[in-house]
Design a protein around this ligand. Structure first.
Ligand SMILES: [Zn+2]
Length: 384
């Protein structure tokens, strides 16, 4: 076949023109893109990366003014305001986004969530609750429910807290039965304080059914029954507690001793406390044993239990308790020595939150420091 040079002569200019057109197209596209992402945006981003938030905000405000339809810039600006604690401005940005008719579903949900966070951070719980409720049925639903639960717990709105955990449980967001039992106990204590003993009892019983392994409801129920003049029923409730949740028995030991003596079952309870003490040498169980042994006069020197405790558990608390009723060779100095020992031992008898370390003289079911439930073990600081 004869090679025709005229094809090359004709083809080269065509290829050149096509290439030139293609390059023009690319350049125009790039120019469009750079116009869509204004300079101020990059300036803002740069400030943000350099952790210069003030300058970043100024740059973003400029960018938003140049192009009021930009969604991402609004989100960036809103989050910046919130992080800096300028909640009013954050709310305004997110409310502006929500008021826009052209916003897609996903961005609308995102703006609603951001608005809820603004209110939460600002401590405007009423507004936060309303904003969070609007997130039902959105991808933020699970997060919103957790935040709502925290609001209801903080405001001690137990029926609402109960309702939201029921929803979460139904949606397989976790097992909330132990917490629900606490909500019922809180409501029951409220009723009991108002004098509605029957109402309180019904709620405590419901709490026991909701979380049979949870200790609080049984201990509170036993206290209530004692108040109602039913020591036998109260003791039975605590005997159940010893079966289902023995780790919490130290919290009920003193009440158990009192009830066993008033129902003539001291020996039976003493035996139970000794068994539990062998498994878990707790100071409260030890106190219970000494109290019962003393009341029943079942051993010549009940306080020897403290010395026996010291043989395997070095304990300033037990040592101070033992010394208290001893007669020293220089007895005239005993009060000063005892006072010093008691003072040193006092902080060791506190309870400590396992979540945040907050210490308190009394045991809390919900930590006043970090709001965690069941974070205080039934053991004193010295035993931890
Ligand atoms: Zn705590």
């Amino acid at each position: 076949m004869e090679f025709d040079l005229s094809w090359i002569l004709l083809g080269l200019p065509v290829a050149f023109v096509l290439g030139w057109l293609a390059s023009r197209f690319d350049i125009r596209q790039l120019r469009d893109e750079s116009r869509r992402a204004p300079k101020a945006y990059f300036k803002g981003l740069n400030f943000l990366l350099n952790e210069q938030q003030d300058q970043a905000i100024d740059a973003f405000i400029e960018a938003v003014q140049n192009d009021p339809d930009t969604t991402e810039l609004h989100f960036a600006l809103g989050n910046l305001f919130r992080r800096r604690g300028e909640y009013n401005r954050a709310v305004r940005v997110h409310e502006h986004l929500l008021s826009r008719g052209d916003l897609g579903r996903a961005d609308r949900d995102r703006a609603q969530h951001a608005l809820a966070l603004d209110f939460l951070k600002a401590g405007l719980l009423d507004h936060a609750e309303e904003a969070l409720r609007r997130l039902e049925g959105t991808p933020f639903e699970a997060q919103a429910r957790i935040a709502l639960l925290a609001i209801y717990e903080r405001s001690r709105d137990w029926p609402q807290a109960m309702a939201i955990t029921q929803k979460m449980q139904a949606a397989h967001q976790g097992d909330f039965s132990a917490r629900q039992a606490h909500f019922l106990c809180e409501q029951a204590l409220g009723k009991s304080a108002q004098g509605d003993i029957d109402g309180a009892r019904a709620l405590f019983e419901q709490a026991v059914q909701t979380a049979p392994q949870a200790a609080r409801a049984r201990i509170e129920l036993a206290r209530l029954k004692q108040r109602m003049g039913q020591p036998q029923e109260a003791l039975d409730t605590l005997l159940e507690l010893a079966e289902v949740a023995p780790a919490w028995l130290p919290l009920a030991a003193a009440l158990m001793v009192e009830l066993s003596l008033s129902t003539g079952q001291g020996a039976k309870v003493l035996e139970l406390l000794r068994q539990r003490y062998d498994l878990m040498p707790s100071l409260d169980l030890l106190d219970g044993i000494v109290a019962l042994d003393t009341a029943l006069a079942s051993t010549p020197n009940p306080r020897e239990w403290y010395v026996r405790h010291l043989e395997h558990e070095p304990s300033l608390v037990a040592a101070a308790k033992w010394l208290h009723d001893e007669t020293l060779e220089h007895e005239q100095f005993h009060p000063q020595v005892q006072r010093s020992l008691d003072q040193a031992a006092k902080p060791l008898t506190r309870y400590r939150c396992a979540a945040c370390g907050f210490e308190a003289r009394q045991h809390f079911w919900q930590c006043p420091g970090c709001q965690a439930w069941d974070s205080y073990p039934a053991r004193r600081v010295e035993e931890l």
